[in-house]
Ligand binder design. Structure first.
Ligand code: ADP
Ligand code: MG
Length: 371
């Protein structure tokens, strides 16, 4: 084949670059919601109300009662790498949360429109601002983009409107398009709104179990029935009962294990040998962020294989606090898998503790039946 002259290489538009980057972090609406939940919890909220339309493909709204955002910070709020949680590079190694990069709101604003209404305790009114592509945007073309004073409760309400650029009018169906309207290649990855909604309920349910002292609610836009509703005074087991049912909640045993040598502390609730289902459910939190770990899952299943008959699997809620210095902060921004030092040793001690607790329950049962 005769060689053709190569086409010239050109830089992509910054706008396109931003959208591609955002699309890599936020692959589904649930990823945007997870970041918003973490922000609300970080803001000291005791109540989070979530409303979702079409599985979040069109509309997500989260209302919290946290400390709010200063009016003067609103202009840079959705810029990349703006954060109140990290000051110097050295802080990276000691920061206790993963939501420190100041990228979440920026990313969301590149693939959707944001409306933020927020009120701090020392402000006499709430402020409302709209965002697109990392910047303040006018609510209507031709209007000013400056934040407007408005009535509102203390805390923050964030609406992610997946409308087309031309419109913030979310409830007008004809003007509303898919969340990733400008990341076309992603659209294939989406299944149905009901599947997206199921993923959203899953994540909200995880945080509801983990964040005791915080009330969570989640429902579909226009529905009166709640998909999830847990009060702020519910215990961990209450929340598990509410979300996963009594069959699970009645068979839970508490465990706690720590070791200064490995710099960790783990606690949680796990089902006893009476309970078994086809698939393992793990609600895993590392330093208060919901994450996944195939290594932990495998080890837990291995542990239970000695107690459950073949094909039986447990339910476990595990909250693991690891010395932030030992957690790898240079993970991919999706933050779904986390690396930490002495992973094998830490997993081993957690599983040994669970194993001990399981056999204790086993023995006490045998004992009571015999006596
Ligand atoms: P990060 O959480 O990594 O700081 P984000 O983009 O998620 O970055 O948020 C940027 C900043 O916006 C946060 O550091 C915080 O100061 C503020 N913020 C976001 N959401 C809320 C909220 N619900 N309540 C109060 N402040 C918030
Ligand atoms: Mg955040």
């Amino acid at each position: 084949i005769a060689s053709q002259a190569p086409k010239r290489i050109k830089a992509l538009d910054q706008d396109v670059v931003n959208k591609i980057a955002a699309g890599e972090i936020i692959v589904a609406p649930v990823h945007a919601l997870k970041e918003l939940i973490e922000n609300a919890v970080d803001a000291g909220s005791t109540s989070l109300e979530i409303v979702v339309k079409d599985g979040g493909l069109k509309f997500l709204q989260i209302t919290d009662n946290g400390h709010g955002i200063n009016k003067d910070d609103l202009p840079i709020l959705c810029e990349r790498f703006t954060t109140s949680k990290l000051k110097a590079f050295e802080d990276l190694s000691s920061i206790g949360t993963y939501g420190f990069r100041g990228e979440a709101l920026a990313s969301i604003s590149h693939i959707a429109h944001l409306t933020i209404t927020t009120k701090t305790a020392d402000s006499s009114c709430a402020w409302r601002a709209h965002y697109a592509d990392g910047k303040l945007a006018p609510a209507k073309p031709g209007k000013s983009a400056d934040p407007k004073p408005t009535a509102g409760r203390g805390g923050t309400q964030i609406t992610v409107s997946l409308a087309k650029k031309s419109s913030f009018n979310l409830l007008n169906e004809t003007q509303v398009e898919d969340l990733f309207y400008n990341v076309l290649s992603r659209q294939k990855a989406f299944r149905s709104p009901s599947e997206e909604y199921a993923k959203i309920l899953d994540v909200v349910g995880r945080y509801a179990v983990h964040c005791t002292g915080v009330a969570f609610s989640c429902k579909k836009h226009g529905d009166s029935a709640m998909g999830i509703s847990t009060p702020s005074n519910a215990s961990t087991v209450d929340c598990i009962r509410q979300i996963h049912g009594s069959a699970v909640a009645n068979e839970l045993i508490n465990f706690e294990v720590s070791d200064d040598k490995w710099g960790f502390k783990a606690s949680g609730w796990t089902t006893n040998a009476n309970y078994h289902v086809k698939k393992t459910t793990i609600l895993l939190f590392i330093n208060h962020r919901s994450v996944e770990s195939s290594a932990i899952k495998k080890a837990i299943e291995q542990t239970y294989s000695a107690f459950l008959r073949k094909g039986g699997h447990p339910f476990i809620y595990l909250s693991l606090d690891i010395d932030p210095q030992r957690v790898d902060v240079n993970v991919h921004p999706t933050k779904r898998e986390v690396n930490f030092l002495n992973e094998d040793e830490i997993i081993e001690s957690i599983c040994a503790e669970i194993s001990t607790r399981l056999s204790q329950v086993d023995t006490s049962r045998t004992f009571t039946t015999q006596s």
